[in-house]
Structures are given as C-alpha cells and as structure tokens.
Design a protein around this ligand. Structure first.
Ligand SMILES: [Zn+2]
Length: 141
C-alpha cells in the first residue's frame, strides 16, 4: 500500500499543478491587465502564499477541486488516506486511481446518495401536503 500511496500522491500533485496551470492560463487570457499583473505578482510569492492569493481569483468550482486535492494530500500525510471516512474499510486502489480524492468507499457513497434522494422525496412530499392543505383551505372559504 505504501508504494500505491506514493503513486497516488504523485497523481494528486500532478492534478493540482495542472489545475493551477489551467487557472493561470484562464486568468492570463483575460483582457484585464490588472488581473494579469496580479497573477504575475502572485507567481513570485512562496507557494503557500501564492495559492492563497490565487484562490481569491478563481471560481468556486476550481476552489472546491483544489481543496479536495489538498485534503487528500493531507490525509496521505497523516496516514488516514485510502480508508473510508464512514466505515473505515480500505477504498480499493482501482477506485482511488479514478478518484484519488475519494473519501468514501463505494458502499457508503451510494448510501449517501440514497439518503440524498430520500431527503428530496421527503421535501417533495411535504411540498405536496402543503399544497393539498392550501387547496382545501381555499375550498372552505
Ligand atoms: Zn465505507
């Protein structure tokens, strides 16, 4: 597993730098020169500081991706990487190779998704009941 973790760490680091590269290109292609200058300045900073500064300029979607990658790298460092947050079983390597930042095993993940749809159903039912109630009230008046 140690070897595998090393490979996954490399994948994560690569994903991270590619993401930053992408962001840099996007920001550079913007016509706004102040942004361009800002990005230039940012790249002179130490990487920690740079990432923080850069995160102010990027979209929520990219920021989410970066934080997922960062969290996975943190978990590699503290040794909790590769096991499911819910049930503690080892997440299969195949899954990690596809989704290196996965935090849940397939079982827990699908449980979560099921729960999500239950909540949605419950909400819809409640909406329906509210609607039914309103309708009957209307009939009374
Ligand atoms: Zn699990």
């Amino acid at each position: 597993m140690l070897e595998d973790t090393k490979i996954l760490e490399e994948i994560l680091n690569k994903m991270r730098s590619e993401l930053f590269e992408e962001i840099k290109v996007t920001l550079k292609s913007e016509s706004d020169t102040t942004t361009k200058d800002k990005v230039g300045d940012i790249y002179d900073l130490a990487s920690d500081e740079r990432d923080r500064e850069l995160s102010l300029l990027i979209s929520d979607r990219d920021r989410k991706k970066i934080s997922e990658i960062d969290e996975a790298l943190e978990r590699i460092k503290d040794g909790s990487y590769g096991s499911c947050e819910e049930c503690d079983t080892n997440i299969p390597k195949q899954r990690l190779l596809i989704m290196p930042f996965a935090r849940l095993c397939v079982n827990c993940k699908s449980e979560h998704e099921k729960q999500g749809s239950h909540e949605k159903k419950f909400k819809e039912e409640r909406e329906y009941r509210k609607l039914a109630f309103t309708t009957s009230e209307d009939e009374d008046s």
